[in-house]
Design a binder for this molecule. Structure first.
Ligand code: GDP
Length: 295
């Protein structure tokens, strides 16, 4: 998934290794290759600049040049810095000790919200918790039925009201319904749009205010690169996000988007989607990702 990033970094460090003793000038050369690789992998410019500044400051410290294995030390610095900006780790759904926890998923159309409702349900079922799903995507004609199909497949209740045109009312009624049934978790599947628009933001903002979800997760399509970053910025400006789920990282996605989305929103990357099936959801692990980048 981080092919472009890792290839660039691999070649950067390979060229450094070939040079024997590390000098300040060939170290800067190696770091420039790192910078180039990150830009090519779609990491946005300010994020790359920030990253390079930290890495360069640390790398130019005497410790690297004086260390017995300066090349390894440099790789470690890049690795540590990557882990640090990808973190912190938090894939907890922060379920309340008592009562019903309301999770709201939002994102553009096609980002993978409805699929992620199924994946999170599967995760909760593994913990012996049966969530209630609420079909609040009244924009996409097939979305309600899609959620019912998921509900039937996983044997999870789904609340919908095809006669109600106001998604806020659907969410409110869905939460009430779930509470009455003793559900510990409700997942709201909200509508997206093909692109960011004011109507979408106003709708989500109304749901956020009137329903007060405990956790709001943005679902972004990892294959859309810079567009994912731009949409994350727009959602983040409107809603108080608690986390991000980045989907479709099983494809040949440019991993750079993940770094940038993290930077733009400032909230943890909770999970990554790695396929269409319900079990294709992984808790996000910065170390795993950074190692993969540096392989
Ligand atoms: P929504 O409009 O945001 O609800 O998006 P959907 O959940 O309907 O997902 C849109 C498409 O993306 C569907 O074909 C899903 O099967 C697919 N999809 C969702 N998550 C993933 C993922 O992690 N990997 C892959 N390969 N496909 C995914």
């Amino acid at each position: 998934m981080f092919d472009s990033l890792s290839e660039g970094l691999q070649s950067a460090f390979k060229s450094l290794r070939g040079k024997g003793k590390l000098t300040e000038s060939n170290m800067r050369e190696g770091l420039q290759t790192v910078e180039q690789a990150m830009l090519e992998a779609d990491v946005s410019y300010p994020v790359v600049q920030d990253f390079m500044q930290h890495v360069t400051e640390r790398a130019l410290g005497k410790r690297v040049l004086l260390s017995l294995r300066p090349h390894e030390e440099l790789v470690r610095i890049v690795y540590d810095e990557l882990v640090s900006i990808l973190g912190p780790v938090d894939s907890s759904l922060h379920l309340k000790k008592s009562g019903c926890t309301v999770l709201m998923l939002c994102g553009l159309q096609g980002s993978g919200k409805t699929t992620t409702c199924g994946k999170l349900s599967q995760l909760l079922l593994e913990q012996k918790i049966t969530p209630t799903l609420v079909a609040a995507d009244l924009q996409r004609p097939a979305a309600i039925e899609q959620l019912h199909v998921i509900g039937r497949q996983l044997d999870v209740p789904v609340y919908s009201n095809p006669d109600e045109k106001d998604p806020v009312k659907v969410c409110q009624a869905g939460v009430k319904h779930a509470e009455a049934n003793g559900s510990r978790v409700v997942i709201l599947d909200t509508a997206g749009r093909l692109a960011i628009d004011q109507e979408l933001m106003a709708e989500l903002s109304r749901i956020d205010k009137k329903v007060s979800p405990d956790q709001v997760y943005l679902v972004v399509d990892g294959m859309t690169g810079q567009d994912a970053v731009n949409s994350a910025g727009a959602f983040n400006a409107e809603l108080e996000l608690d986390g991000v789920v980045m989907t479709k990282l099983d494809g040949d996605a440019r991993g750079g988007a993940l770094l940038s989305v993290k930077n733009v929103t400032g909230v943890p990357i909770k999970f990554i989607g790695t396929g269409e099936h319900f079990d294709a959801l992984e808790p996000f692990r910065p170390e795993g990702m950074a190692s993969r980048i540096l392989q």
